[in-house]
Design a protein around this ligand. Structure first.
Ligand code: ADP
Ligand code: MG
Length: 262
């Protein structure tokens, strides 16, 4: 795993960050004064009850939404004052997204799904180069033999791996994943966490949301939110190993391997 000493460069710095939704008569303080830093190479889980502000915080981290109070520095750059276009550019350059429901284009091959972010970030890139980079990203997530498959021809775990390849293809500073295992069975969830741990071992910074303690146990750091604030922030000295746990599960129930394989 990447070194994580006190000197590690922060990818994310939140300073008294707040987000209030204001729809005229109703004001909801979804995030209220969060201060924290996330170092390069970390693997962080945000947990907390429904409505505690996890998704709102992820939307701010992902530059999909601006904070209403405080500041957010992404890779040292303050984003609070940026306009929509600048936020979009920053998003394309620095961030990769993974969602609970995969969000793949249905009538499009795995390869084309993974090529998509490059069409926005790098419209002048040569077709061959785009293909090559998308193929490499799919190989990286173990799907080099499924590049022509459409989402309906892939298992849930495979679809999520395509989504992860798509998130990685622009070489982001930070991978953001909101409940990435929420739609997957236990074994497939382990497979995705094993992939996250493998990517994290190569230095990729990952911030994810989960409400499952079993999933958070694979992360190096667990931040629990409550009413828009950080309730606890704990380092996990020895995260569980998802690959080992998956192998143990397969050994205990070999039938499930057949059914859920891939
Ligand atoms: P979580 O992801 O932890 O379930 P959210 O960030 O989705 O929490 O929501 C935090 C709070 O903000 C909730 O009270 C929710 O109802 C409110 N909220 C979320 N999104 C909006 C929105 N677009 N407009 C108004 N209120 C919102
Ligand atoms: Mg949520």
């Amino acid at each position: 795993m990447a070194e994580l000493d006190g000197s590690a460069r922060p990818v994310v710095e939140l300073r008294n960050l707040g987000k209030t939704y204001d729809s005229g008569d109703v004001r909801v303080k979804a995030v209220a004064g969060v201060t924290l830093a996330i170092a390069a190479g970390d693997l962080v889980a945000f947990m907390g009850a429904s409505g505690s502000g996890k998704s709102t915080l992820m939307n701010v981290l992902g530059c999909l939404d601006r904070p209403t109070e405080g500041d957010y520095l992404l890779d040292g750059q303050s984003v609070a004052q940026l306009g929509r276009g600048q936020l979009a550019a920053l998003r394309n350059r620095k961030l990769g997204f993974v969602f609970q429901s995969f969000n793949l284009l249905a009538r499009t091959s795995a390869l084309e799904n993974v090529e998509l972010p490059m069409l926005y970030s790098d419209p002048l890139i040569a077709h061959r180069e785009r293909r090559a980079r998308a193929t490499a990203a799919l190989e990286r997530v173990g799907l080099g033999n499924r590049t022509g498959h459409h989402p309906s021809q892939l298992s849930g775990g495979q679809q999520q791996r395509v989504a992860i390849a798509r998130a990685l293809v622009n070489r982001p500073e930070l991978l953001l994943a909101d409940e990435p295992t929420g739609n997957l069975d236990t074994r497939t969830g382990l497979e995705i966490m094993a992939l996250f741990q493998e990517l994290n071992d190569t230095g990729i910074t990952i911030v994810m949301v989960t409400h499952e303690p079993d999933i958070a146990a694979y992360c190096r750091r667990v931040v629990v939110m409550r009413d828009g604030r950080v309730r606890s922030d704990t380092l996990n000295a020895q995260p569980r190993n998802a690959l080992a746990d998956r192998h143990a599960l397969d050994a205990a129930s070999p039938d499930a391997v057949e059914a859920g394989s891939g």
